[in-house]
Design a binder for this molecule. Structure first.
Ligand SMILES: O=C(O)[C@H](O)[C@@H](O)[C@H](O)[C@H](O)COP(=O)(O)O
Length: 232
């Protein structure tokens, strides 16, 4: 699929521009359907963008926010992506949005994935917006190289929903939406920052297996164009 690189002079400039694009896209979805949905990534990159988006004046009470992936930890754990979203996005005007967590208080990650799939089914598909990040190893969402369920996660025929992932670089067991759940978002964004991530992207855009750099599944096979937002 086609990807477009949007480069910015600073992280702050990127955050403002992406927040405007996301707010406009959410508002258009609300105008068309009465509701809107967005799945965001965790990690360290999105914090400034979340803070900018939280101030945008849109009908947040019509918006459902969820996560692209989550560590199998409760929301009071410092590693939780829910905690990151709660502290930086579900603030200011965006406090009015509905948030659907992936973490479930279940006996196993597998049971949590089953429950999360059930609970997020209420979100109409495709997502209006998906914001992906990328790790230095070329993972996105929790599609990690060598991941326990990687082949299933990036197989386009795997049903929409949430599956578990365990991998050396992942820390705790992960809960992740599948590629099929994310790849046809109306607005599909890859948000990366730093020269190092730009080098990783260049390698991912080259030849090589998707299993080696799973972001390649998105860059090569996503139905939606990939809007890459980058700042130094
Ligand atoms: O749970 C997570 O960590 C994210 O969903 C993950 O896919 C993230 O986007 C990348 O690991 C990049 O993380 P950084 O932004 O911290 O580099």
């Amino acid at each position: 699929m086609v990807s477009t690189l949007h480069s910015f002079a600073s992280a702050a400039d990127l955050a403002g521009s992406l927040a405007d694009k996301v707010a406009d896209t959410l508002s258009a979805a609300i105008a068309a359907r009465g509701t809107a949905s967005i799945a965001v990534s965790g990690g360290s990159t999105p914090k400034v963008f979340f803070q900018a988006l939280s101030t945008r004046d849109i009908a947040w009470d019509k918006v459902t926010i969820t996560l692209v992936d989550e560590r199998f930890v409760p929301a009071d754990n410092p590693r939780s992506n829910h905690l990151l979203v709660d502290a930086n996005l579900l603030q200011n005007k965006a406090k009015a949005a509905r948030f659907l967590p992936l973490y479930q208080d279940a006996a196993s990650a597998e049971e949590a994935a089953r429950l999360a799939t059930e609970k997020t089914r209420a979100i109409s598909s495709p997502f209006d917006i998906v914001i992906l990040g990328m790790g230095g190893d070329g993972h996105t969402a929790s599609f990690f190289p060598g991941g326990s369920n990687l082949a299933k996660a990036i197989d386009a025929s795997t049903p929409r929903g949430i599956i578990t992932m365990e991998a050396e670089g992942a820390g705790e067991p992960r809960l992740t939406f599948t590629f099929s759940s994310l790849q046809d978002a109306a607005l599909l964004v890859l948000h990366i920052e730093g020269e190092g991530k730009k080098d990783v992207l260049a390698k991912a855009e080259g030849s090589g297996d998707e299993a080696e750099m799973p972001i390649r599944a998105v860059l090569r096979r996503a139905t939606s164009p990939v809007e890459i937002y980058w700042a130094p």
